[in-house]
Design a binder for this molecule. Structure first.
Ligand SMILES: *Cc1c(COP(=O)(O)O)cnc(C)c1O
Length: 354
């Protein structure tokens, strides 16, 4: 730390992304990326767009929004695209929280919520998940705070029903409720259909996972017009050209190539089923994941040990040190070949540690 860093950031604990090592070729199952290439239409359109980057990108993202509303059925003024969904979450913390209006989220969830809250000096409350890692909706009633819920949740993969989300919305008419749907395409039900009914709902989605675009950085917020106006105000005060022209074109291509997107989601769901069954046969305990990862533990080997041994065998999975989840690993669902290699490696490890 230099002597110049603002005092208010001296204690900041930043987000720690999953590792992206380059020293050897790993099977990467640690950051929930897609094993599939981006859509060919997306690549074609982005190549074309790269030839025009002497000009700024369209700050209004008009062409992309047009494509998205055809896909989702919402209105033009109910959408805001961002540089990854981390950015729309960032905007939401800036727009809807402050010293007086704190934030609230589960104790076990996406680590960035806490980082954003700390960055802005926002008071936050972590609500413990139940013993089985599910969310008790009543805990969020009359929160008096801006609520952030990942649905499906990470790293548990567990889902709240639309009905439960609606209960939370109804019991918090004076607070914004942010539903982070980073994994919704793998089995959840989107709350987008509720935005006209509830003026306090912001839904966020990402092109990183189900649309194979993690490296391109594209996220989106969907809400009623007034909430979007607030977020747009933040965007134009922070980074008007937040979505670059190449990514924008890629997003348009991805939305047009609907069949490829749906097929890939189906493949991931099938592979999730396969790996879940195989892990159960090996004695693992798993949560009932609706996401592109499984969250699992074995009573034959500690979470940390399994993580280390898999790495030695060239497979990266994610381990978290939190007290309640340190026996678990979060394993991204990849291609069938990757999943077969994973199961083979786990069998060997269990054999070796007998
Ligand atoms: C991956 C993830 C995000 C962020 O995705 P971006 O790559 O920034 O679009 C947001 N929320 C959750 C729960 C995630 O897992």
């Amino acid at each position: 730390m230099s002597k110049f860093l603002s005092q208010k950031f001296s204690g900041l604990a930043p987000y720690v992304p999953g590792e992206q090592p380059k020293e050897r070729k790993y099977i990467k199952l640690n950051t929930n990326e897609s094993p599939f290439k981006p859509s060919r239409t997306a690549i074609k359109l982005s190549n074309k767009a790269s030839k025009g980057v002497q000009l700024y990108s369209d700050p209004e993202c008009k062409a992309l929004i047009k494509e998205f509303i055809a896909y989702s059925g919402v209105k033009e003024n109910q959408v805001l695209f961002t540089n990854g969904s981390d950015e729309i979450l960032n905007f939401a913390f800036m727009a809807f929280c402050d010293k007086e209006k704190g934030a609230m989220f589960p104790d076990i969830t996406y680590g960035f919520y806490q980082v954003f809250a700390s960055l802005y000096g926002i008071d936050y409350k972590k609500v413990p998940l139940k013993e089985d890692f599910s969310i008790q909706v009543e805990d969020y009633f009359n929160a008096g705070r801006t609520i952030f819920i990942a649905n499906p949740n990470a790293p548990t993969g567990l889902n709240l029903s639309l009905d439960e989300i609606e209960q939370i919305l109804k019991e918090n008419t004076d607070s914004v409720v942010v539903i982070d749907e980073a994994y919704v395409d793998f089995g959840g039900e989107s709350a987008i259909k509720l935005i006209n009914k509830y003026d306090n709902l912001l839904v966020t989605q990402t092109f990183s996972k189900s649309r194979s675009m993690a490296g391109a950085r594209l996220g989106v917020g969907i809400a009623n017009q007034k909430l979007i106006e607030d977020l747009v105000k933040i965007k134009y005060s922070q980074n008007p050209y937040n979505v670059n022209a190449i990514t924008m074109a890629m997003g348009i291509g991805s939305l047009r190539d609907k069949k490829y997107f749906i097929d890939n989601c189906e493949k991931i769901k099938a592979n999730r089923h396969y790996i879940s069954e195989e892990l159960k046969k090996l004695g693992f305990t798993l949560t009932d994941s609706s996401a592109n990862f499984v969250f699992c533990k074995s009573d034959k080997i500690s979470g940390e040990e399994l993580n280390k041994k898999l790495k030695e065998k060239g497979i990266l999975v994610r381990h978290f040190s939190g007290e309640r989840i340190c026996e678990y690993n979060r394993i991204t669902v990849g291609s069938k070949t990757q999943m077969q290699a994973l199961i083979k490696a786990i069998k060997e490890i269990l054999e070796e540690t007998k």
